[in-house]
Design a binder for this molecule. Structure first.
Ligand SMILES: *Cc1c(COP(=O)(O)O)cnc(C)c1O
Length: 405
């Protein structure tokens, strides 16, 4: 399928290009000593990860350890409550550890093992990426250093406990605001010192090349499975596909299965409390081009051009940029990006729980809310939603802040 002169038949051969660009977005903007490490990972990715041995081992791990394929569920009662459009969910909440992040962490961990590394390094904000990586590290017998701001360590006690139980070292970062940004810097510093024995594992389709490509490819299992399952269930493709976009990994995974199909694709960003800078984290909707954390993309900037403070009720969506491939697909018009507020997400959180017996993560509730809106405007057809994770982690907070609905 051709779209604005881009041939999606051969899209993955040319995106990213050999320097890691999706159009003008992406690339690698890092210190020279780290560039050598990135080049090593890129080289390893193209040789090791494309080998049949690696692919068959990862396939076995996905089946036997992660519990893949995760099912697609027809949301019958939710659909009936909205009209004639049929809604379906790809159930990443049923992936081991309860979210999609393990998909790329198991891939990155296996690559680390094949490269002969002893350790994986990452930062974490809310702790979701830290838990997924600690899980992979335990499985592969790798050491795991997770950098985390002291403010986040206090806020995210259950995830800190999980990481420690899984054998990871949670390293407290105390300088500056002691949150995610400082943790990213500390993790990169550590990586620059230790790259001979360690690999850095990013949490989404972000960062310098090759991470946006690598994480997309590991997450593409979501879209590939879902497309086949949907065809099998209904005999046709969905009319629309919807996923929430923080950094953009669960959405890129799903979208990669459908880019070459006549299917409308929607990425859903968090509007938080409103459209004023600081009240949301909808970077693709309100941001401008800029470089941060080693890559060029669309980002939300403060008056000095630095990453702006952002907010969302969903800590997994709370990031001032999104992956470069999303910025590219947005400019092309192949994917449409739109927003859902905290309030709408909360409403969807309760609706899906009540009507389907599935408690979604607040992040995923953004996609559910958008799917519900779309169903009302479409009149007929079908919508496939990525349910990126389960909502157990959010229950106490939702009840405390919003009460029972
Ligand atoms: C981290 C997270 C997200 C957001 O990350 P993406 O890279 O945009 O997918 C979404 N949903 C859940 C459940 C998460 O844990």
């Amino acid at each position: 399928m051709k779209f604005n002169d881009v041939d999606f038949e051969t899209y993955f051969k040319h995106h990213p290009d050999k320097n890691g660009y999706f159009g003008k977005y992406g690339g690698s903007f890092i210190a020279p000593e780290l560039q050598a490490a990135m080049d090593e990972i890129t080289e390893a990715y193209f040789t090791i990860c494309k080998s049949s041995k690696f692919i068959s081992e990862l396939r076995r791990i996905r089946k036997e350890f992660q519990g893949r394929p995760t099912p697609v569920s027809h949301l019958e009662r939710l659909s009936a409550s909205l009209g004639n459009v049929q809604l379906y969910a790809k159930r990443e909440d049923l992936n081991h550890t309860g979210a999609h992040k393990l998909n790329h962490c198991m891939g990155e961990g296996l690559l680390a093992k094949y490269m002969g590394k002893k350790k994986v390094i990452a930062e974490t904000g809310a702790g979701q990426h830290g838990v997924a990586l600690a899980t992979a590290a335990a499985y592969y017998g790798l050491e795991c250093d997770i950098y985390m701001g002291s403010v986040d360590i206090k806020k995210q006690a259950p995830n800190v406990a999980r990481m420690k139980i899984l054998g990871a070292n949670v390293i407290e970062v105390t300088h500056g605001l002691a949150t995610l940004k400082e943790a990213v810097d500390a993790a990169f510093d550590a990586y620059a010192r230790e790259y001979k024995d360690a690999i850095y594992c990013i949490g989404s389709v972000l960062g310098p090349h090759p991470f946006p490509m690598m994480v997309r490819d590991f997450q593409s299992v979501v879209g590939i499975e879902a497309r086949e399952q949907f065809l099998d269930m209904t005999g046709e493709l969905p009319d629309a596909v919807v996923a929430c976009v923080g950094g953009g990994s669960n959405s890129m995974g799903m979208f990669s299965g459908f880019l070459n199909d006549p299917v409308d694709i929607y990425g859903v960003e968090p509007l938080g409390k409103g459209s004023k800078l600081g009240d949301h984290a909808a970077s693709l909707t309100y941001g401008t081009e800029g470089i941060m954390h080693g890559f060029n993309s669309i980002m939300l900037k403060d008056e000095n051009g630095d990453p702006a403070p952002v907010y969302s009720i969903a800590s997994g969506l709370d990031y001032p940029s999104s992956g470069p491939e999303h910025a590219y697909l947005r400019d092309l018009g192949r994917v449409k990006y739109d927003v859902i507020s905290d309030e709408e997400a909360i409403e969807a959180f309760f609706t899906l729980s009540r009507l389907e017996g599935i408690i979604p993560a607040i992040e995923s509730s953004h996609a559910v809310a958008y799917g519900m809106k779309l169903a009302k405007t479409m009149g007929r057809g079908s919508v496939l939603i990525t349910l990126s994770g389960r909502g157990d982690k959010d229950m106490d907070f939702v009840l405390e802040q919003y009460g029972m609905r």
